[in-house]
Design a protein around this ligand. Structure first.
Ligand code: GDP
Ligand code: MG
Length: 163
């Protein structure tokens, strides 16, 4: 079995951009229309000779009953259950949000290996705002720029290390 990495996080943090960067595919629909990733949640990726599966989340099409937040939670839970390691993506430009705290609390309770990825960090490597994310209680933040490809390789090395 190949290891499975799930990308979770609130809408618009750059999960699909990171997914495309890891899988080098354009399968996930990257928004400027946020939240439109639909079917293509799984991608194949490799780091050197290691192959693994990446799950993107965020096809937040509300079902009739629960609406968008319920669907978001359902997808996150499903992906996390399938994954060997979770990459929790936050937006370092936006700062810590209430939704980030909700997701962090959920992930901490699960006790599955989790790496905190601070996306959109291009040009912000030493910025004070990065330290704010310690309050999520998931350890150090790993700055990446999915759009520019910075930090993605070392993030993957870190995520795959315990597997
Ligand atoms: P998702 O909703 O979490 O899947 O986020 P998307 O991948 O759809 O990206 C949301 C927005 O953030 C888009 O406008 C992307 O172009 C932008 N974005 C993604 N990654 C980066 C990045 O590394 N830096 C910057 N500045 N913007 C990014
Ligand atoms: Mg997306």
């Amino acid at each position: 079995m190949q290891p499975v990495i799930a990308l979770v996080g609130r809408p618009n943090v750059g999960k699909s951009t990171l997914f495309n960067r890891m899988t080098k595919s354009r399968d996930a629909i990257v928004a400027d229309y946020a939240g439109l990733t639909r079917d293509r949640h799984y991608g194949h990726a490799r780091l050197g000779r290691r192959e693994f599966i990446v799950i993107d989340t965020g096809g937040f099409e509300p079902d009739a009953s629960g609406g968008i937040f319920k669907e978001m939670a359902r997808q996150t839970q499903q992906a996390v259950a399938e994954a060997d390691v979770v990459v929790f993506v936050v937006d370092v430009r936006a700062g810590v949000s209430a939704q980030d705290h909700d997701i962090a609390n959920y992930l901490r309770r699960l006790g599955k290996p989790c790496v905190l990825a601070g996306n959109k960090a291009e040009g912000m490597e030493n910025h004070a705002q990065l330290a704010e994310f310690y309050e999520l209680g998931l350890g150090a933040l790993h700055p990446v720029s999915a759009a520019h490809g910075q930090g993605v390789r070392s993030l993957l090395e870190l995520a795959l290390q315990p597997l």
